[in-house]
Ligand binder design. Structure first.
Ligand SMILES: Cc1ncc(COP(=O)(O)O)c(C=O)c1O
Length: 452
């Protein structure tokens, strides 16, 4: 029998299985029994991210090195907002942040903050952009909010059409509204189209005020890395330039991919998610700022801690929330324990596997490759003659459902230019070309069976 990477159960079956776990009683349960209950009810339905057949998303199991840090984090439950609650934890976050800036070759002035997710890091970047723009315009945004701008409806944020939906969350939550999120078309490599950016910038000139432009370094759909330097060169100097590298920025550490990130030193801020490729236990996201002083716009002081006069490190002055986990520790134990050479090799592995798969797939009748991979993601279509575009989309969804129902492998779908396509996304070295090829063969078989 083929190995399952999860149960393959339906939502109804999972709900039934989990019911005893949430049936709270007056009496407690011994830990051993509780463990057994969890083993029976929940565990079969969790996904094995470490299995080579998990080829769909950015999740990864924590390596042993991460477990060491995570266990200490759990056992000590340190909140690291400030020196008083955890001197070691607060200092570690400060020092790890600086070490990460060095690791990525950022400016000496750069700094970073740990966050709960890339989504919040992106949101904070856009907040900082508006805040700085307000200062440049002499607007009291801190007290007056968006209403303090002469015409808040003029403020826009530029992203590529393939940018992550967290940008939509950000403009909604910051009160700009989605109509002020301007989407720049992508080119044939699915990177932000620079010619389109140029013409949109001149169209907006005098009509709108661009407060922030975002390059995605590794889009969620295709892994494409927007060209950073030419984009930065096109932007007027007062615009905050953010890189959403939640997924892709890790590949800057891989020598054969580093050129894709040329110009990152020009960005005002960069989002990166160590909880993706590195398997750092969630939450583990980072927001870098080229000028660490920019985090001052986040600082709120109180009389009991994070006091303005404090000289000790208070990480909670750079980002919310007040109670923050010691996320730096598992990331430190991963980097220190594995060493940079192993980290780099492990990061390179899925990128190479995906390139090999793309090249091979191009030779396979019945399949169409949607793009050549910049990173560890590949989108493709399984063709079926005689289908309309809409039917072909539905066919991809049918293939995906069939694959997932087996519980033997996990692939994904995404939408490109309105059409559904199949998608591999791999972040770990265990998944090789042969495993991706096996998935293609499984898809081919389902397609053949469906024709009979
Ligand atoms: C490009 C990109 N940006 C932002 C995010 C959101 O990050 P998070 O899931 O940590 O909130 C993702 C998540 O996959 C992403 O791929």
């Amino acid at each position: 029998m083929t190995k399952q990477i999860y149960s393959g159960a339906t939502p109804k079956q999972v709900r039934q299985a989990l019911q005893p776990l949430v049936d709270f009683q007056q009496d407690g349960m011994p830990i051993a029994e509780l463990q057994q209950l969890i083993n029976q009810t929940l565990m079969p339905h969790l996904m094995s991210y470490d299995d080579p057949a998990f080829q769909s998303m950015f999740n990864a199991f924590p390596p042993a090195e991460a477990r060491l840090g995570a266990e200490i984090m759990l056992n000590t439950n340190q909140g690291v907002t400030n020196w008083q609650v955890s001197p070691g934890g607060a200092m570690l976050e400060e020092m790890a942040g600086k070490a990460l800036c060095n690791l990525f070759g950022l400016a000496d002035t750069a700094d970073c903050t740990f966050m709960y997710s890339g989504t919040y890091a992106n949101q904070q970047a856009i907040y900082l952009a508006i805040h700085r723009y307000a200062e440049q315009m002499g607007v009291d945004f801190v007290n007056g909010g968006l209403a303090a701008f002469p015409d808040p409806s003029r403020l826009v944020v530029l992203v590529s059409a393939d940018a992550h939906f967290s940008m939509r969350h950000a403009v909604r939550m910051l009160g700009l509204g989605e109509q002020n999120l301007v989407k720049i078309p992508v080119d044939s490599a699915r990177r932000l189209d620079l010619a389109a950016l140029k013409s949109i910038l001149s169209e907006l000139d005098g009509k709108k005020e661009v407060v922030c432009a975002v390059a995605t370094s590794g889009t969620t759909s295709t892994g494409a890395v927007d060209r950073i330097r030419p984009m930065a060169d096109m932007l007027p100097g007062n615009i905050w330039f953010h890189i959403d590298g939640a997924y892709g920025y890790a590949y800057k550490l891989v020598p054969e991919c580093a050129h894709l990130f040329d110009g990152d030193e020009l960005a005002d801020s960069i989002t990166w998610d160590p909880h993706k490729q590195l398997g750092a236990p969630i939450p583990n996201s980072v927001l870098f700022c080229k000028d660490g002083e920019d985090f001052g716009r986040m600082s709120l002081y109180s009389g009991y801690f994070n006091r303005e006069e404090d000289t000790e490190p208070n990480p909670g002055l750079k980002s919310p929330p007040t109670t923050r986990p010691m996320s730096a520790l598992p990331l430190v134990t991963i980097l220190k324990g594995k060493g940079l050479q192993t980290i780099t090799e492990e990061l390179a592995s899925p990128v190479r596997a995906m390139r090999q798969t793309a090249e091979w797939l191009q030779t396979q009748p019945g399949f169409e490759v949607c793009h050549m991979p910049d990173t560890g993601i590949l989108c493709f279509v399984c063709q079926k003659p005689g289908l309309s575009a809409d039917e072909l989309s539905k066919f991809q969804r049918f293939l995906y459902d069939k694959v997932m129902q087996t519980g033997e492998r996990s692939i994904s779908t995404t939408t490109l230019d309105g059409s559904t396509v199949l998608r591999f996304a791999v972040v770990k070295p265990e998944t090789k070309f042969e495993h991706l090829k096996a998935s293609i063969e499984a898809i081919r078989q389902i397609s053949l069976d469906s024709a009979q």
